[in-house]
Design a protein around this ligand. Sequence first.
Ligand SMILES: [Fe+2]
Length: 384
Amino acid sequence: MNMKEPLILSNARLVLADEIVERGWIIAENGAITAFGSGRAPAGAEDMAGDLLIPGLVELHTDHIEAHYMPRPKVHWDPVSAVLSYDGQLAVSGITTVLDSLRVWREEGADDVGGEATLLADAIAKARDADMLRIDHFLHLRCEVPMPDVVDETRALIGRDDVRLLSLMDHTPGQRQFRDETKLRDYYRGKAGGLTDAELDVMFAKRHQQAALHGAKNYRALVELARQHARPLASHDDTTAEHVTHSIDDGVAIAEFPTTVEAARALHAGGVRVLMGAPNLVRGGSHSGNVATAELARAGVLDVLSSDYVPASLLMAALCLPQAAPGITLPAAMRAVTKTPAEAVGLNDRGEIAVGKRADLVRVRMAETVPVVRTVWRTSRRVA
Ligand SMILES: [Fe+2]
């Protein structure tokens, strides 16, 4: 549609940041919301037939692009084509802003998309510059702290305009996400072309050595780099009181996937937004045997949901959160996938239905128990 023509929608259940407007209407002009209300529809409105109208979802942590770029082990797809199909999948999942999570380190022998962050970041930029994308893309640099070259690799990427978040990860066996080392073994064994136990022994020994050699030094260097470039930081898999103290003292904006209820409580109380996996909520637990998203929601310490590896999980999880955690209203559940993640990374122009905010909107209808995304607008332009 023409950007100059206003977008007018009516007869929708509008999900605002703290209430639902029944029989709601909305007007957006030049990409921003200019008015909304309830009752008699303005002239020329498109009838939403009572469907939910929600703000476009904001996703901070998904590596799903890798599934499109490497659809089979060792098979690399054209990166721009991969970006487009990934972008389309996010759009039909109701996501209008994404932080594409790219691993900035490389690891010998691991059959992963590692060390190709620059190639993927370039493909995203190319698609964006040519107006090929349906939704808004930013970058989230995933930094595996103990890796020998991680600081240099991060330094090479952090100056890009679209970098919005740095996460500091440490997957050393026996720690954090993989306190139970057998879970890490299962993870690597289960991957296509999986490693044998003997190969894993070698790899794990090397990981321990790298952590001892580089962990503390790289951690400080990465925190400093983020500070110099004014980029928000995320911690990852916080488990112990020491992890929590570091995260609070170093001013991290988001704690991704804390592994225990104690860590999550302390982070939340310390002003760090707690992010948990939407698949964990939909599936009813963590695939690595850590704390359940629903448990943190019931404890009142869940701030942000992330689709992680299943784009469709974000909307599903937000809509089932009020049942999973009585006391959480639908507007509060939607905030965990819109306003709160947007604000955490400084995107204050979006994430809620309010006058002056971007007209990033999603029309949703429930079919059986599955939400169906029927229409998506980004800055009032229809994109799905
Ligand atoms: Fe992790």
